[in-house]
Design a protein around this ligand. Structure first.
Ligand code: NAP
Length: 252
């Protein structure tokens, strides 16, 4: 099958393109770097020609409230219209576990808007909700940093390796449309502050992580289980400790 990966140069997208090609599919990495821009529509019709499936793993360059909403609304609208014109039979999108519970956050309001457009469009779809990637430790810390201090709510989190996310998206992309959402998560739960503390410590980051019940996550208040999936989530195989050891070994 020809499968177009929008955001195919990104963290998940590049892994996904490799996995699809390994399974014998024609995987096209589409992004501004290859002349395909879902915000302007440039290069979209050409990229989607003869495609059976489109996987959207793009992300907004800016997480500022207005910019991120504009990104996901405009890019998803353009993409779905181009897919309809090209006769694409399956739209797959990657989103985040708990998105529907995080509407206080501008970023998650944008992801909610993206999902709404997908569900309202005539193209058969699948949405993959993944938990936070291990690779996202620094970004979570950066968003919660004030001076030398990182304040995080000590709520449950069940993060996963980007490689396991890409594997799950790959399985969905080559399957039949789910007309719904599937959840994927890592094999262990942590407290958010413990997870970030361990990630920063491994990289000798001197910032102090403080557990603070009232601390917001990208603008949203968190409950004990806001970030964790339901009982039916598919579980990735990579453990955080093993992933950390491997990523430190690659670095050194
Ligand atoms: N971070 C997490 O923990 C987490 C958890 C669950 C789900 N997710 C979701 O996972 C998805 C992918 O995240 P990621 O970290 O893999 O993203 P990423 O590494 O930041 O990559 C973003 C991709 O989007 C592309 N892109 C940017 N603007 C574009 C445009 N106008 N048209 C087409 N493509 C464009 C980029 O292309 P260029 O390289 O050409 O700029 C790049 O390939 C996101 O939708 C996010 O919501 C994230």
């Amino acid at each position: 099958m020809k499968i177009v990966v929008i955001g195919g140069t990104g963290l998940i997208g590049s892994k996904l393109v490799t996995k699809l090609a390994e399974r014998g599919h024609e995987a096209l990495a589409a992004s501004p770097a290859s002349g395909v821009d879902t915000l302007t529509g440039a290069g979209l019709a050409e990229a989607l020609k003869d495609a059976s499936v489109v996987v959207d793993v793009s992300n907004s360059p800016s997480f500022e409230d207005t910019a991120v909403l504009e990104f996901f609304e405009t890019s998803t609208g353009n993409l779905l219209a181009a897919e309809q014109a090209a006769g694409v039979g399956h739209h797959v999108a990657l989103s985040v576990v708990g998105t529907e519970r995080l509407s206080e956050s501008g970023y998650f309001r944008a992801k909610i808007a993206q999902e709404k457009l997908i569900k309202a469009a005539p193209i058969p779809y699948s949405i993959v909700h993944a938990t936070q990637f291990f690779e996202f430790v620094k970004s979570i810390a950066a968003a919660a940093t004030d001076g030398d201090t990182v304040r995080l709510a000590p709520v449950l989190i069940q993060p996963m390796a980007a490689d396991d996310v890409a594997e799950a998206v790959c399985r969905v992309a080559v399957g039949s449309p789910l007309m719904g959402t599937v959840e994927v998560a890592g094999p262990e739960q942590f407290r958010l502050d413990d997870f970030i503390r361990a990630g920063l410590k491994a990289h000798q980051d001197p910032r102090e992580v403080i557990a603070d019940r009232g601390a917001r996550y990208f603008g949203a208040e968190l409950g004990e289980r806001t970030l964790v999936p339901g009982d039916l989530a598919q579980i990735g195989e990579t453990h955080f400790e093993d992933w950390l050891a491997e990523s430190l070994a690659v670095k050194s």
